[in-house]
Design a protein around this ligand. Sequence first.
Ligand SMILES: C[S@@+](CC[C@H](N)C(=O)[O-])C[C@H]1O[C@@H](n2cnc3c(N)ncnc32)[C@H](O)[C@@H]1O
Length: 341
Amino acid sequence: MPAFHRQRRAPQRPVHEVAPEPAPIPPENPWPFEEAPATAWVAAPGFEAQLLEELRLKGIHHLVPHGRLVLSSEPAQPAAWALAVWDAPLLLPAPSVKAAADGLRAIQRNWALLPAFHHRRAALIADRLPPVKAAPLAFPEAPPASHLGGWTLLSPDLILASPTTTSPFPNGEPRFVEDKEGPPSRAYLKLWEGLTRIGEHPEPGQRCMDLGASPGGWTWAIAKLGAEVEAVDKAPLDANVAAMPGVSWRQDSAFALDPEKEEPVDWLFSDVICYPARLLRLVERWIAAGKARRIFCSIKFQGGTDHEIAASFAAIPHARVFHSAHNKHELTFAWLPPAHS
Ligand SMILES: C[S@@+](CC[C@H](N)C(=O)[O-])C[C@H]1O[C@@H](n2cnc3c(N)ncnc32)[C@H](O)[C@@H]1O
């Protein structure tokens, strides 16, 4: 018998059985300094590396990753890849579950757990805290005004807690009352989240242009607000979106448009898949032409994350560049000059 027939096969799992993920190993020394960190940035799940790299490039020292958090002894500063920033962290002893919960409650009522390690003990502490009402937002509803802190277990007997954070949502992640019927793609959720974050949205009757609009999730969301949308894409819109009042489709390339020759728009949107540098040039042309009162775009990264180009977008006066919980490997760019309203 040939040798390969005699080889014993390794026992195989049935194809439907997924190998369990190894539990993440808690760091031995989660924060090697005596003083509490001055800042903790929160990344979206899966985007921890982008946040860490961005903070390194900003020249921030003593960066200590802890699950989705990056801790530092340097003062808070904004970071595009952070969903939220904990700007007043303190260390709280947690000798028992009860003592930990009592310690948090003594500071304030509302806390959101950021799970990192020691999940079971963290859940027991969270169970002893008052529930935080985090009902999904019905867009364009305003975010909750109530005060919310963030906490995590650094080690089984040590809590890192920030009574204030830069986001009103637990761990910087808003949830929305979704519409499973109307929009033809889920991309409308990142538009809703971005508009919620900037605190503005198209108003009834405003003129909007949506570049790279097909199949029409963003166009649907904009038209639902009562605005007029010119959807620009080589591909057609979903038929139901195309039939909405105020929606028109223009079969064209976003890059073939000459902003100088376009009618002014209240909002220019773009979710076009293209290299960030190409989008930057497009945005600069629209700003230079003075034809868009506000701009809202997705900066999509292919392969690696180009932090330099993200910084170029952020350097445009009146620009905001941020990662949303509904963003994939992309950042949202919003340009809101003071004279826009
Ligand atoms: C991510 S999809 C947009 C999804 C859309 N925002 C939604 O909510 O359904 C990207 C779109 O960009 C379009 N696109 C790619 N290159 C383009 C170009 N040069 N001009 C206009 N659209 C383009 C593609 O046809 C595709 O429909």
